[in-house]
Design a binder for this molecule. Structure first.
Ligand code: NAI
Length: 356
């Protein structure tokens, strides 16, 4: 029998804690990965997904939590990264008792982990977890998804500006894959700007709403990656751009909300060779984290938006860095993030030494 590999998992990056949670009485099986613990809590959403295997769930938790550390660093937030994944079908298994049990597991970490929404977990579910733990953020009126959409919109605009596409004499064409909590409000912002929308979703009701409300053109989930558009905005799940489909891309820009959009690092290189500008996911989708981090202090919506708008400037910094060094934007983003994380750790180390 082969066991579940943790330390030898390719996504393991010296994570500080990985916790396996189980409560058979309510069907709970979850993994909480804390990538970096800072002076404050580690932040990251809780996802519920029907993974094909336990290994896939672990890899997802490890990879997503690492990205949260990078995301916080690039958004200028003094927090470590973390992520929780619940193994199960959100439509079938997401019962109030399971969510309360998940809340208890989070409470057991004593505040090292603060969580909120992600795929399969919305603010209703966050409210149920709140019944068992103090360490959740996200509620009606302070929902992170519309803020994430706003950040993605800002990132698309910055990317169009960088590529000189804002001055073309025709409507800008954007394909949005996934019309969920982020994809739908993103469509609203793009439609308001006069952009032409192509959309896909597995849910026909959401597709019909986008056709009705934004005059969008619907295409199949299989074909959207190769749609004839200026911008592809992946707003569903990860691993959207692969070595197999990268050659069929027609978009000049990839800029969307989904985490882990590139299936491998090699895809970033291929995108550069093909001349496609990729907005690194953990930078462009940081609006949700910025919103949630603000809830740990006193919430101020105007300040959340002010910080979220800076995503455009951060992307431009990454694009210039990548072009100057002829590297992919994904590697450029990692370089800048690693530098910021190292500096923050040195500062923290110096502060602790001063105190003792
Ligand atoms: P969601 O679950 O509300 O929406 C996802 C949508 O994608 C659903 O409508 C689903 O039917 C659709 N979908 C799934 N697979 C698809 C496929 N193969 N083709 C087309 N459509 C497909 O999720 P949400 O919250 O909108 O998040 C979307 C992405 O953005 C996720 O990757 C998430 O991690 C990321 N994200 C979300 C944030 C948030 O605040 N909600 C913040 C930052 C990132």
């Amino acid at each position: 029998m082969t066991g579940l590999e943790v330390w030898s998992n390719v996504e393991f990056d010296e994570h500080e804690r990985v916790m396996f949670c189980s409560d058979p009485s309510v069907g709970l099986r979850a993994i909480i990965a804390l990538h970096r613990l800072g002076p404050g809590p580690s932040l990251g959403g809780t996802r519920m997904w029907l993974y094909p295997s336990e290994g896939a769930a672990l890899s997802d938790a490890l990879r997503l939590s690492r990205a949260m550390t990078y995301k916080a660093a690039m958004a200028g937030l003094p927090y470590g990264g973390a992520k929780a994944v619940i193994l199960g079908d959100a439509r079938r298994d997401r019962t109030p008792s399971l969510l309360r049990a998940m809340g208890q597991a989070i409470e057991g970490l004593g505040g090292q982990f603060v969580t909120g929404e992600d795929v399969g977990i919305g603010i209703e579910e966050v409210a149920l977890m709140r019944g068992a733990t103090r360490f959740v953020v996200g509620c009606h009126g302070q929902d992170s998804s519309p803020v994430a959409a706003r950040g993605v919109f800002r990132g698309i605009m910055a990317s169009l500006e960088y590529r000189g596409l804002l001055s073309v004499q025709r409507p800008i064409r954007v394909a949005v894959q996934g019309l969920g909590q982020v994809g739908m409000p993103l469509c609203a912002l793009l439609a308001k700007e006069g952009f032409e929308l192509t959309v896909s979703d597995l849910d026909s009701a959401r597709l019909n709403a986008a056709i009705r409300d934004f005059g969008a053109r619907a295409v199949s989930p299989e074909s959207i990656v190769e749609a004839s558009v200026d911008v592809l905005a992946p707003c569903a799940m990860g691993d959207v751009i692969t070595v197999d489909n990268v050659h069929g891309l027609k978009a000049q820009i990839i800029a969307g909300a989904a985490n882990n959009q590139l299936a491998s690092e090699g895809v970033g290189r291929l995108l550069r060779e093909k001349g496609v500008l990729y907005a690194p996911d953990y930078i462009i989708n940081a609006g949700g984290l910025i919103n949630n981090a603000m809830q740990l202090k006193s919430y101020n919506y105007e300040e959340v938006i002010r910080q979220t708008e800076k995503i455009g400037e951060t992307l431009l910094e990454v694009y210039h860095y990548a072009d100057e060094r002829e590297m992919s934007t994904s590697v450029a983003a990692d370089h800048i993030a690693q530098d910021r994380i190292a500096r923050a750790s040195m500062k923290q180390f110096a502060a602790v030494n001063k105190a003792v």
